[in-house]
Design a protein around this ligand. Structure first.
Ligand SMILES: N[C@@H](CCC(=O)N[C@@H](CS)C(=O)NCC(=O)O)C(=O)O
Length: 199
């Protein structure tokens, strides 16, 4: 079987890198040259019309969107990484909640000036207020549960933890959220995370 993953070991593309390492599946990591506009080339757009990484290619099957890729890989190679149907559903509930309430309108808004080079103090403050409003909900949940699905690590923890990786650019102060920080540390301590990052 031939597996190629297009995209760096960071940002959204870290989700499928980490998932493949959790699954112990050998693959080829393919770098995409953003500066040369490779992600907008006809060859790349044929793989993903959205012109974004990550994209995975498995024996001629192409798939984009990091959460969809991670779900597909777990489904194909080891569904145990989902846990029970209830754990799978509960984990997905939280992974989606994090993406919709912490990333969208929050961390991504705070990080935008770092990517565009255009200052936007109002946008950064709105993003900060958005995260501050929602994060206590996750903090309370993780005070009672070790992982998003409950007591076991699942694919949803990969989805959720990678979202918080955007804080490297956003700079949201996480110190009032020790349960969230402990969960991130617990997940990032996994050998597969370190291997995915190339550490
Ligand atoms: N929702 C997508 C987001 C993918 C995404 O934003 N990729 C960025 C890099 S982290 C990208 O390719 N940006 C280039 C562009 O949008 O032109 C996913 O999770 O896969």
């Amino acid at each position: 079987m031939s597996i190629k993953l297009y995209g760096p070991r960071g940002g959204s593309a870290l989700r499928p890198h980490w998932t493949l390492h959790e699954l112990g599946i050998a693959y080829e990591a393919v770098a995409v040259d953003f500066k040369a506009g490779e992600h907008k080339s006809p060859a790349f757009l044929a793989m993903n019309p959205a012109g974004q990484v990550p994209v995975i290619e498995v024996d001629g099957f192409y798939l984009a969107e990091s959460i969809a890729i991670a779900q597909y890989l777990a489904e194909k190679f080891n569904p145990a990484l989902f846990g029970t149907p209830e754990q799978k559903a509960k984990g997905l509930q939280w992974a989606l909640w994090i993406m919709l309430n912490v990333q969208a309108g929050g961390l991504s808004k705070m990080a935008m000036p770092k990517f565009t080079g255009v200052a936007d103090d109002e946008g950064v403050e709105a993003g900060r207020a958005h995260v501050a409003k929602h994060l206590p909900i996750l903090e309370t949940y993780l005070g009672a549960h070790e992982y998003l699905a409950g007591d076991v690590f699942t694919i949803s923890d990969i989805d959720g933890v990678v979202t918080f990786g955007y804080n490297a650019w956003a700079g949201f102060d996480m110190t009032p959220f020790p349960n969230v920080l402990a969960w991130i540390a617990r997940c990032e301590d996994r050998p597969a995370f370190k291997a995915a990052k190339g550490e």
